[in-house]
Design a protein around this ligand. Structure first.
Ligand code: SAM
Length: 254
């Protein structure tokens, strides 16, 4: 494997091509890439045998892998060197009322970059969207994890009703309820108080939570109503602002 070829190829591939795989990774392990990844490597990056790519699977860290075969029968890459040991992201869940397509794609991508560990869509009374494309969400999450150099991809859960979310929420996990209705703690303070424990953030849809939902969630012992300031944020803005504050105070930004 000649060095200059790799430096050139790596430069052409934009420095580092990182791909998420489900296969085990380890010294000398050959991994067969899926159809989409094969197309990307062969036809977008014009990769060929001998080129280097990075692989991660959420369990075995990150591995530099050499493309062993790149042709009609697909692409296989052999793990050569572990370049990062496995580590996760802080234990922060985001329960969010899905909004229309583009903001939802955006919300998922940004939440992954912001280190969320679980994405839980929740259908509230005023949620306009009636169904979510979980496959699309998962693909967006993988792409964002690859780009943001995470070593894990967040768990994407099936959408649930608001009532089901509250009924099944693990009571040991504090739930920061983003409530624009006032009478709520500053997010910074709530984040400080949540340090060290499992936490979740809940945001509502374009039309907000209805009064019965607000009363129901505020009545629960593990819920902390939080404010994101004096202005009304769009649903996706609120989710990302809350995550950013939490990461900087209680997560892995500090
Ligand atoms: N209720 C307003 C409405 O009917 O248009 C706005 C809802 S807002 C677009 C969507 C969600 O973002 C809210 O349900 C809440 O979870 C969160 N949010 C927006 N601004 C907020 C703020 N200043 N403080 C706390 N949460 C906020």
């Amino acid at each position: 494997m000649s060095e200059e070829l790799n430096k050139t190829e790596l430069a052409e591939a934009g420095g580092k091509t990182r791909l998420y795989v489900t296969a085990d990774l380890g010294e000398g392990v050959a991994v067969t890439l899926d159809e989409g990844q094969t197309h990307y490597l062969l036809h977008v990056l014009r990769a060929r045998a001998g080129n280097l790519i990075s692989l991660f699977n959420g369990r075995d860290g990150e591995w530099l892998a050499e493309i062993a075969e790149a042709g009609k029968r697909g692409v296989t890459a052999t793990c050569r060197k572990q370049t990062a040991g496995q580590h996760g992201t802080p234990d922060i869940w985001l329960a969010f009322a899905p909004v229309k397509k583009t903001p939802s794609d955006y919300l998922v991508q940004k939440a992954v970059e912001l280190g969320v560990s679980v994405l839980q869509p929740v259908f509230t009374r005023r949620t306009i969207v009636t169904r979510i494309n979980e496959e699309r969400m998962a693909a967006n999450a993988v792409e964002a994890a690859e780009q943001s150099e995470r070593l894990t991809v967040p768990e994407i859960r099936a959408g649930v009703s608001f009532d089901k979310l509250l009924a099944s929420w693990p009571t040991e996990r504090r739930l920061l309820f983003c409530d624009e209705g006032g009478d709520a703690k500053a997010m910074t303070q709530a984040a400080r108080e949540s340090r060290g424990g499992p936490t979740g953030i809940l945001t509502g849809p374009e039309g907000g939570f209805d009064p019965a939902e607000r009363a129901a969630v505020r009545a629960l012992p593990f819920v902390v109503p939080v404010s994101l300031g004096p202005r009304i944020l769009r649903a996706d803005t609120a989710a990302l602002a809350a995550l950013a504050i939490w990461q900087s105070i209680a997560g892995d930004w500090s």
